[in-house]
Structures are given as C-alpha cells and as structure tokens.
Ligand binder design. Structure first.
Ligand SMILES: Nc1ncnc2c1ncn2[C@@H]1O[C@H](COP(=O)(O)OP(=O)(O)OP(=O)(O)O)[C@@H](O)[C@H]1O
Ligand SMILES: [Mg+2]
Length: 252
C-alpha cells in the first residue's frame, strides 16, 4: 500500500534538552497506527511537529507526496492532515452541531465577497449540514446537536474532537490520548468508531495512547518511543513481548 506519512531524521530540542533525537517513521494509507512510550518521551512533541504546530530543528515530514516540514498548523490541515489534542479543545460557547459546522473547510458564506451571492454558497452550506449530521451519527453524537459542547461529558468531547477532525477533506488524523479518563465502555466505543471510520472513509490514524488493554485491540501497528528515539515498531501482540519495550515502558 502507498506510504501516506513519512518522517526522516526529525530532531527537536528545547533549550539544551533533546526531545526528539532522529526520528524515522513510515506509515501506509488506511491503517491504524499507535504510538506508545513513557511520560515525557516526546510523543506529543512529535505530533506537534507533524501537525505543523512546531518546526523541527532538523529532518523532514512528507505527507501524501508533499514536503510539509515548513508548513504551519493551518496549511498542514489544508493538506488533509488533522490533529486532536491531549486535552479536548471544543469551542465551548458553541453547541455540538455548531462545532461541526465551523470546522468545515467549506464555510464560504461567511466571507465578505461571497456573502451577497447567496445562490453560490447555499448549496455548499447544505452539503456541510448533511456532512455534519452524517458525521454526528458516525461518532454517536446524534441527539446532542443542540447541547452546549462544554456540557458534554469528557468522553463525548473526545468523540466531538474525532468528528470535527473529519469535517474537512481529511486523509489522516493524529490523536493524542483519545481515551484518557474515559470509562471502558465509551473507550471501546471510541475505538470502534475509529475502526469504522478507517475502514469506510479510508482515513489513516496515528494514535498516542497509554491504555494498552483497550487500544492494542484496535491498533494494527505500534511504534514505541523512548527518550526521543523509536526503539521498536511491531504488531500489537508482539510489541508487548519485546524486551526493550518491557524494560522502558511496561517493566516494574
Ligand atoms: N514547549 C516546550 N518547551 C519546553 N519543553 C517542552 C515543551 N514541550 C514539551 N517539552 C518537554 O519535552 C519532553 C517531552 O514532552 P512531551 O509532551 O512530548 O511528552 P509525552 O511523551 O507526550 O508525555 P505524556 O505521556 O506525559 O503526555 C518533556 O520533558 C517536556 O517537559
Ligand atoms: Mg503527551
């Protein structure tokens, strides 16, 4: 299958502290990848670099055939690479449905030049509304449309983040701890939804997650990060047997 995301020699330091120390990774389209590693090993920093929030000090990021190393967060988003946050960031003063609508990349009617030509954008708005209800169903939020997003439960806010990430022409979603603090039933539901979205929409996932009992049932391939280096890449049932992984992450 085609490579969708590849990292080569990614290096990042904060002051004198090297946080990412020469990361090489390759991911194929349409699969679910997981990244694990101890607290402070550099996982979120790596997602920050991939998604354009931070620029690496060295190395390159190639997404879907384009070098995106120097692109910022918004330009990266426009290429179809979307991220979610370790702490969910809904627009708190909007309803669930409004959160979906404003996350679309097709909101043309709000523009100064487009606004007077209603016939040109009305069709787009209808399409956005249809897409929004379809995605709300996909992430089990049908019925929550008029609820203020700040009043959703923690787990529902994670589902909202997942859904919002799909409102653009999304090819890949980077997720930072999508089931942290979520009860096991809802955690499984979130991963079931991710699996279905991956299969049906052909969206690739890279997911940071510590809760291995649940997440390893869904991931197809696992990267292990330790002190800024990838120390292992394996299938989920193999990775937990790898002595380097046990020593750095799972060991007592
Ligand atoms: N903006 C920053 N400025 C300075 N140091 C930072 C910054 N961001 C992260 N760090 C440091 O980089 C290291 C890696 O942090 P990072 O958040 O990437 O870890 P992580 O693997 O996501 O950890 P966790 O599992 O706890 O979320 C930590 O030591 C952290 O303090
Ligand atoms: Mg983190």
């Amino acid at each position: 299958m085609a490579t969708i995301l590849s990292l080569s020699g990614i290096r990042k330091q904060f002051g004198g502290m090297v946080v990412l120390d020469g990361i090489d990774m390759g991911m194929e389209a349409g699969r679910i990848y997981q990244m694990i590693g101890p607290n402070g090993s550099g996982k979120t920093t790596l997602i920050n670099v991939i998604s354009g929030l931070l620029k690496p000090d060295a190395g390159s990021v190639t997404f879907d055939g384009t070098d995106i190393t120097q692109k910022g967060l918004f330009d990266t988003f426009k290429t179809g690479l979307v991220r979610t946050w370790q702490i969910p960031q809904p627009f708190r003063n909007l309803t669930t449905e409004e959160n979906f609508l404003v996350s679309s990349d097709k909101n043309r009617g709000e523009g100064f030049l487009a606004a007077p030509t209603r016939s040109r954008w009305r069709h787009d708005e209808e399409k956005v509304a249809d897409k929004s209800s379809e995605i709300m169903e996909m992430v089990s939020l049908t019925g929550q449309g008029v609820v203020w997003s700040r009043n959703l439960s923690g787990g529902q806010q994670k589902l909202l983040e997942l859904g919002r990430a799909m409102m653009a022409d999304t090819k890949m979603i980077l997720m930072d701890e999508p089931i942290a603090g979520v009860n096991p039933t809802l955690a499984h539901e979130i991963f079931e939804r991710i699996k279905r979205i991956c299969r049906e929409q052909k969206i690739t996932f890279l997911i940071i997650e510590h809760r291995l009992d649940i997440s390893l049932q869904y991931a197809e391939r696992v990267f292990v990060l330790n002190r800024g280096k990838i120390i292992a890449e394996d299938d989920p049932d193999e990775v937990t047997k790898d002595p380097r992984v046990v020593e750095s992450y799972l060991g007592e």
